[in-house]
Write a protein of this length. Structure first.
Length: 126
């Protein structure tokens, strides 16, 4: 049995844009066909979640519109992020392998999932 306190934490970002060909094909599909695939996709996503339940820290959610804040203030912007999740694993490779053949891009029109380690916050030394 793996000790959970040795596990590392990873942020998984689901990527996909409305400009991508797979999304355009998805939207061009007859609505009844798309709804049927959505149901299959959600069932597959739920199964993925059950299969990896011990490693999922936060199931995350879809992401809405984006605002950017910088030295010039706040403005609307766009990016390819469509959702997120937080998982735990012993290694970065192990965390990434959890998302192989994920419904996000095998059933739904998402393009990929990027997985990044959440590193410990640096501390100030005295």
């Amino acid at each position: 049995m793996i000790s959970l306190n040795h596990m590392k934490k990873f942020l998984a970002i689901y990527l996909g844009t409305m400009e991508d060909d797979s999304f355009k094909k998805w939207m061009a599909m007859p609505e009844a066909e798309r709804k049927e695939i959505e149901q299959k996709g959600m069932a597959a996503w739920m199964k993925w979640g059950q299969d990896h339940a011990a490693s999922i820290i936060d199931n995350g959610s879809p992401i809405g519109k984006t605002k950017r804040t910088d030295k010039n203030g706040v403005a609307d912007t766009k990016n390819a992020i469509s959702g997120y999740a937080v998982v735990q694993a012993e290694t970065h490779e192990e965390a990434a392998k959890m998302f192989e053949n994920h419904p996000h891009f095998t059933i739904f029109p998402g393009t990929s999932v990027e997985i990044m380690e959440c590193l410990p916050m640096p501390t100030m030394s005295e």
